[in-house]
Design a protein around this ligand. Sequence first.
Ligand code: FES
Length: 109
Amino acid sequence: MFNKHLIPNTQNLPEGKALNITVEKYNFLVTKQKGQIIVYENLCPHQKKPLNCSSDSVLDEEGDYLKCHHHGALFSPLDGTCIIGPCIGSHLKKATVGIEQGNCYLLLA
Ligand code: FES
């Protein structure tokens, strides 16, 4: 049984961009990649901190990778793999997403 939470404005999220949302006190990273909405828990596998600390941005300067602003780890936005940084090879945890009538929902167990 899942609790269903609407992820607002995913239709307006530009391709390749990412944003932060909070649902039930948990923080998530929402990104649109190749037209698909992908959601990760906003917890760096290195020290279990949110990727964005003082910065609102969750992307690197070029906007190509999700970036942990604590120690600079970069993650593929497509599958959450850390490609450089202290947790290289580990992954951001994907959240379950569902689509219903054109709206995107976060499904929490
Ligand atoms: S906590 Fe993210 S790289 Fe260290």
